[in-house]
Design a protein around this ligand. Structure first.
Ligand SMILES: [Zn+2]
Length: 160
């Protein structure tokens, strides 16, 4: 038998060890007669044994640690995703801040006007433009968020 035959059987040895079992009977018969392929099998087994020993030597706690950290990460992702209740709380908070901020600004505008000797109305217009309007826009954005995300998920469902 030429070297091509040995190559074929050595490839079969690789496949057998990799778990994809080929013509095992003919391989076994060849191995009984062929020293070269017996040595190849033994050498391959040593390599695989060495790799197996190496992976076994890795900290056995590592697997538990990895799965624990993955679980924690999953919980964190779950926690950061805003629920309906959190959105309601955010709306209430935004409304409170807007109302308080606007009230405080209108009160403060009198003080600023007196200090800088400006027309009270001008200061109020400035505050309305730079504080109250942006915060009201932000406030309007909050109830729209669940609607937008809801529309997005509905769109996904339709596509499925
Ligand atoms: Zn052989």
């Amino acid at each position: 038998m030429g070297s091509d035959g040995h190559e074929r059987f050595q490839q079969m040895i690789d496949e057998t060890l990799a778990g994809t079992v080929p013509e095992e009977q003919s391989l076994r018969e060849h191995l009984e007669a062929c020293v070269e392929c017996q040595e190849y099998l033994a050498a391959t087994n040593r390599v695989i044994g060495g790799l197996g020993g190496f992976s076994f030597a890795v900290d056995p706690d590592l697997n538990a640690k990895v799965s624990a950290s993955l679980r924690l990460r999953a919980q964190q992702i779950k926690a950061t995703r805003p629920g309906r209740r959190q959105l309601v709380l955010a709306c209430v908070l935004a409304l409170t801040l807007t109302a308080a901020g606007s009230f405080f600004d209108l009160r403060l505008s009198g003080l600023i006007a007196s200090i800088f000797d400006l027309q009270r109305m001008q200061v109020q217009h400035g505050l309305i433009a730079f504080w109250i309007v942006p915060s009201l826009c932000l406030l309007l954005l909050f109830p729209l968020l669940p609607l937008l995300s809801g529309a997005g998920s509905n769109q996904k469902e339709r596509n499925l």
